[in-house]
Write a protein that binds this ligand. Structure first.
Ligand code: CR1
Length: 876
C-alpha cells in the first residue's frame, strides 16, 4: 500500500488522500458506475430499468466505499495508537437492515436521497428491498447490535465477534388454521454488500481427539474464515467492526473419492464443516442445545481469541502480562463462556505460560453478563459431551474447579466451625464417614452423608462441575459458574435483575466475592430506535428542543417535559403519532390484507412468545372484551373505547405451549375480526414473522405496549425502552427495566399491575395451593375457549387446564390467573385515559422525555468505565 501511495503521490511526497465524494452529482455517478461495474447490470437497463433489488445493490455498493474509507482509517488509527480494546463475544447479533442506518449514521441521507431520486427511485423503496440480517433470537442479540452501534458512536476501540450464520432466525408464517410454520431464512440470497470477506484471515479450530501429557491432538479440524462488517458511529469518523466467522473444511474436496464415484464422500468433510456456521439455533430459553451448538460456541470463541492474541503478539511479543491492559472480552451470556478454558489453553499450551500466570491474566481479561434466570437457558454441558468434543478443555475446567474449591476451603471451614459453635448441640453428632461396605445405604441417604462432611457439603454448592439433582451420576459443567469464577466482573442487565442473581442463581458466589457483581441496565440505540425509525417525531423533538444534539445526548430529551402541558404542542405530537399509526396500518394491509381503522387505540405486544412473557394473559383479556362487546347494548357499545390489538413474535420450534398460544391468538383474531357485531370496536392482528424491520414500523405506531411478564422473570426487556422513547405508554408489571422506566417517566404514568417479585415465590410455594379466587371474567374467557367459540377445543384443552387446575405443582407457574383481576383493572384505566386525549398525549410526551437514561450510549459508557477500562480513541 505504501508503495502504491508513493507511486501516485505528488512530487512533494504527501500521500494522496482519496475520499469518496459526498455531493449528489458525484454520488449519482458513483451509483451508476457501481451498478455497471460492481453489480454487472446491463448498461442498456441502467438506471431506470433495473429492478429494485439490483438498484439497492448498486446504492449499497456505492455507500460501501464511504464506509470502507472511514473503516480503514479508523482501524489504521487504532492500530497505530494501540489502545485497550473491548471484544464483545456474542453468539447473536441481530443487526436488521443496514442501508438506512448506514446512510443516516454517515450523515449522507440528503445527498443520497437526491441522487437516488434523480436515478428514478426513492430511498424508502430501496431500503425495503434489503433482507434482514436476523442472526439473533431476540433481546439478547439485538442488544449486542445496539452495543456495537454505541461503541462506534462513543469512539471506543471495540469489535464484536460472532458467527456468520448462513441461515438466521427462521422465518415465521401463519397458515390458514393459525399454526406457526417455520421456514428457512435465506438472508444471503441477494448477496451481502455490507461485509468484507477476509480470505487471508483464517484460523484452525480443532475438535475431538486425545490429550497426551497436556498435549491435545484434535481428530477433526475446520477453518474459521473472517468477514468484517463495518459499524459506523454517528457524528464521528469512527467506524467499528463486527467480525463474523464462517466455518470451512480444511480440505475442500476429495478428488480421489470423486474419481472413484464416491460423490457424497468427496464433499463430506466440506458439509460437516459448513454445518458449524449453518444455522442459528432458535433456542431462546426453551430447549436444551444440541452438541452442534457447543461446537458452534467453541468455534467462534476460539477463532476470536486466536485472532486477538495474534494481533497482540505482533505488537507485544512475549509480554503477556500486558494483555489485560490491551484487551477485554465481554462474554454475552453463557454461549461464549468456553472462552475461560480456551484462553487458558492458548496461554499455557501454545504460549508456554505456567498455570498461575495464565490464570492471573485470564481473570483480568474476561467479563460476563448474565441475561436470564430461566433455568432452561443456564447452559450446563454434560461432562461426557464436552469431554469428548474438547478433551483438553475438560482437563482445564476440572483443574479450575479444584483450585477454586480449594481456595474456599479455609473460609468454609471457619464458617462451619462458627455454625457449630453457635448451633445448639445435636443429639448425636456424626463423626465417621459411612461404612464403605454399605454403599447402597450411603447412596440412599445422601442427605445424611452430606451432614457428615459439612465442609464438602458446603463446597459442593460452588462446584463448576456438578451432578444435576434429577439425574444422579450425570456430571455437568455449569457454564455460568465457570464464567463467574473466570471473570473480573459479572453483571445483570437491569437493577432488579442484578439483585435477583445475587439472591438466587449466584447467591453462594456473591457471598464469597461480592466485589465482582455489578449492574448495567440495558439500553437501546436512539439512532435506529427513534431518530431513524420515527423521523417525523425526531423532527418535532429537534424543533422543540432547538437542537438535534439529543440524538447522542438523550438526557436532553428531558427538555420536552416543560412542553408536556402545552395544548398546541400536544396537538402536533398527536398528529405525528397519528401519521405513524397510518403507516403501520398500511404496512399491515400490505402484509396481511387486513384493513385497520386508525382511530382506535393501537395496543402492541411484540416479543418472543413465552409463557413467562404472558401473551396468554393478554389474549384472555381480549377474549373477555369480545364477550363484553357481544353482550353490550347499543348505548354501552357507544361508550366503549375501540382498540386494535397487535401481536408479533416467534415461538421456539419445539416449545409446544408457546405454539399453542400463537394459534390461540390467531384463532381469536379470525373469529373477532369477521364478527359483524364487533365492527371497529376490536381488531386482533397477529403479524407474522416479527423482526427488526417490522419493529421499526410497529414501535412508532403503537400507543400502548404490553410488558406483562410475571414479576421476577424478565431480566430487563429492551423493547419497553424503544416504546418509551417513541412516546408509547406502557402497561406492565414491576419487572425488569419496567421498574426503572417507571422511575424515570413517573410510576403514576404507567399502568402498573400484578404481583411484585418478592410475592411471586411466596405465592408459588404457599398460597397457590389453596387459591380459588378465580375472577369470573377469567372463568368466562376460559369457558369460551372450552366451549369452542374459537374452534379446536381438544387442541386448546391443556392450555386451558394449565391455568385452571391449581393443585399440581407446575400449574400456572407464571401466575396468569392470580394476576388477571389486577390486569383488568389496569386495562380499564387504559380505556378511561384514552378517552381523554389531552392527558394521554401529555403522558406520551413524558415517556419520551423520561427515556434518556435508556440509551445504549449510557450503558456502554458504564461498561467502558466500570468494567472494561477502555477509553475513547478518536481520529480527527
Ligand atoms: C432477557 O430475557 C433482556 C435481554 C437482553 C434476554 C431480556 O429480558 O432484555 O436478554 N435473555 O439483556 C436471554 O435471551 C438467553 O437469555
Amino acid at each position: 500500500l505504501e508503495k502504491v501511495r508513493e507511486a501516485v503521490a505528488p512530487s512533494n511526497g504527501v500521500p494522496i488522500d482519496w475520499k469518496p465524494k459526498s455531493d449528489p452529482a458525484s454520488i449519482q455517478a458513483d451509483v451508476l458506475q457501481n451498478l455497471e461495474f460492481t453489480i454487472g447490470a446491463p448498461s442498456s437497463k441502467i438506471p431506470n430499468e433495473v429492478d429494485v433489488k439490483t438498484a439497492y445493490r448498486g446504492v449499497a455498493a456505492s455507500l460501501r466505499e464511504h464506509l470502507i474509507d472511514a473503516f480503514n482509517r479508523t482501524q489504521d488509527y487504532w492500530s497505530k495508537e494501540d489502545p485497550k480494546f473491548v471484544y464483545y463475544l456474542s453468539a447473536e447479533f441481530l443487526m436488521g437492515r443496514s442501508l438506512l442506518n448506514t446512510v443516516q449514521n454517515l450523515e449522507l441521507t440528503g445527498p443520497y436521497s437526491e441522487a437516488i431520486k434523480k436515478l428514478g427511485y426513492d430511498l424508502e423503496t430501496l431500503v425495503d428491498a434489503e433482507q434482514n440480517a436476523a442472526l439473533g433470537n431476540g433481546g439478547l442479540g439485538r442488544l449486542a447490535a445496539c452495543f456495537i452501534d454505541s461503541m462506534a458512536t462513543l469512539d471506543l476501540p471495540g469489535w464484536g465477534y460472532g458467527i456468520r450464520y448462513k441461515y438466521g432466525m427462521f422465518k415465521q408464517a401463519i397458515d390458514a388454521k393459525g399454526y406457526q410454520q417455520e421456514l428457512p431464512d435465506i438472508w444471503l440470497s441477494n448477496g451481502n454488500p455490507w461485509e468484507i470477506a477476509r480470505p487471508e484471515i483464517t484460523y484452525k479450530i480443532g475438535f475431538y481427539g486425545t490429550v497426551d501429557n497436556f498435549k491435545w491432538s484434535p481428530a477433526e479440524q475446520v477453518i474459521a474464515k473472517a468477514y468484517d462488517n463495518p459499524i459506523p458511529g454517528y457524528k464521528t469518523n469512527t467506524v467499528g467492526n463486527l467480525r463474523l466467522w464462517e466455518a470451512l473444511p480444511l480440505n475442500e474436496f476429495d478428488l480421489d473419492a470423486f474419481n472413484k464415484g464416491e460423490y457424497d464422500k468427496a464433499v463430506e468433510e466440506r458439509r460437516k464443516a459448513e454445518d458449524i456456521s449453518a444455522v442459528l439455533y432458535p433456542n431462546d430459553a426453551t430447549e436444551y442445545g444440541k452438541q452442534l451448538r457447543l461446537k458452534q460456541q467453541y468455534f467462534f470463541v476460539s477463532a476470536s481469541i486466536q485472532d486477538v492474541l495474534a494481533r497482540f503478539k505482533e505488537k507485544h511479543a512475549g509480554n503477556w502480562s500486558l494483555l489485560p491492559e490491551k484487551a477485554i472480552f465481554q462474554m454475552n451470556d453463557t454461549h461464549p463462556t468456553i472462552a475461560v478454558a480456551e484462553l487458558m489453553r492458548l496461554l499455557i499450551d501454545q504460549e508456554g505460560l505456567d498455570w498461575d500466570t495464565a490464570w492471573g491474566i485470564t481473570i483480568k481479561t474476561l467479563a460476563f453478563t448474565n441475561h436470564t434466570v430461566m433455568p432452561e437457558a443456564l447452559e450446563k454441558w454434560p461432562v461426557a459431551v464436552l469431554g469428548k468434543l474438547l478433551p483438553r478443555h475438560l482437563e482445564i475446567i476440572d483443574k479450575i474447579d479444584t483450585i477454586w474449591k480449594d481456595s474456599l476451603k479455609e473460609k468454609i471451614l471457619a464458617q462451619v466451625e462458627q455454625e457449630k459453635n453457635s448451633a445448639p448441640p445435636k443429639a448425636e453428632p456424626a463423626a465417621k464417614a459411612p461404612a464403605k461396605d454399605d454403599k447402597k445405604a450411603a447412596e440412599e441417604e445422601e442427605e445424611e452423608e452430606e451432614e457428615e462432611d459439612p465442609v464438602e457439603a458446603a463446597l459442593s454448592k460452588y462446584g463448576i462441575i456438578t451432578e444435576i439433582p434429577w439425574q444422579k451420576d450425570v456430571k455437568v459443567i455449569n457454564m455460568a459458574y465457570l464464567a463467574v469464577v473466570g471473570s473480573k466482573a459479572v453483571n445483570g442487565v437491569a437493577a432488579i435483575h442484578s439483585e435477583i442473581i445475587k439472591d438466587t442463581i449466584f447467591k453462594d458466589f456473591y457471598e464469597v466475592m461480592p466485589e465482582k457483581f455489578q449492574n448495567k441496565t440495558n439500553g437501546v440505540t436512539p439512532r435506529r430506535w427513534l431518530a431513524w425509525c420515527n423521523p417525523a417525531l425526531a423532527e418535532l423533538i429537534t424543533q422543540t428542543l432547538g437542537t438535534d444534539a439529543w440524538i447522542n445526548e438523550t438526557t436532553l430529551l428531558a427538555g420536552l417535559r416543560q412542553h408536556a402541558d402545552d395544548k398546541a404542542f400536544q396537538a402536533k405530537w398527536r398528529a405525528v403519532k397519528h401519521a405513524a399509526k397510518e403507516k403501520l396500518s398500511h404496512k399491515i394491509k400490505a402484509l396481511m390484507g387486513i384493513d385497520l381503522p386508525t382511530d382506535p387505540l393501537y395496543d402492541v405486544q411484540i416479543k418472543r412468545i413465552h409463557e413467562y412473557k404472558r401473551q396468554y394473559l393478554n389474549i384472555l383479556s381480549l377474549i373477555y372484551r369480545y364477550h363484553q362487546i357481544k353482550t353490550a347494548t347499543p348505548e354501552e357499545k357507544a361508550k366503549m373505547v375501540p382498540r386494535v390489538s397487535i401481536f408479533g413474535g416467534k415461538a421456539a420450534s419445539a416449545y409446544y405451549a408457546a405454539k399453542k398460544i400463537v394459534r390461540l391468538i390467531n384463532r381469536v383474531g379470525t373469529v373477532v375480526n369477521s364478527d359483524p357485531d364487533v365492527g371497529d370496536l376490536l381488531k386482533i392482528v397477529f403479524v407474522p414473522d416479527y423482526n427488526v424491520d417490522l419493529a421499526e414500523v410497529l414501535i412508532p405506531g403503537a400507543e400502548l405496549s404490553q410488558h406483562i411478564s410475571t414479576a421476577g422473570t424478565e431480566a430487563s426487556g429492551t423493547s419497553n425502552m424503544k416504546f418509551a422513547m417513541n412516546g408509547c405508554l406502557i402497561i406492565g408489571t414491576m419487572d425488569g427495566a419496567n421498574i426503572e422506566i417507571a422511575q424515570e417517566t413517573g410510576k403514576e404514568n404507567m399502568f402498573v399491575f400484578g404481583m411484585d417479585a418478592e410475592d411471586v415465590p411466596v405465592w408459588r410455594e404457599g398460597k397457590r395451593k389453596e387459591w380459588k379466587d378465580y375472577d369470573p371474567r377469567f372463568v368466562k374467557a376460559l369457558d369460551m375457549i372450552k366451549s369452542g367459540t374459537f374452534g379446536e377445543v381438544d387442541y386448546f384443552k391443556d392450555l386451558v387446564e394449565s391455568v385452571s387446575v391449581m393443585n399440581d405443582h407446575n400449574n400456572d407457574w407464571f401466575l396468569v390467573a392470580p394476576d388477571f383481576t389486577d390486569y383488568m383493572r389496569a386495562q380499564d384505566e387504559v380505556d378511561k385515559l384514552y378517552a381523554d386525549q389531552d392527558e394521554w398525549t401529555r403522558r406520551s410526551i413524558l415517556y419520551t422525555a423520561g427515556s434518556g437514561f435508556f440509551s445504549s450510549d449510557r450503558t456502554i459508557d458504564q461498561y467502558a468505565k466500570e468494567i472494561w477500562d477502555v477509553v475513547p480513541c478518536k481520529r480527527h
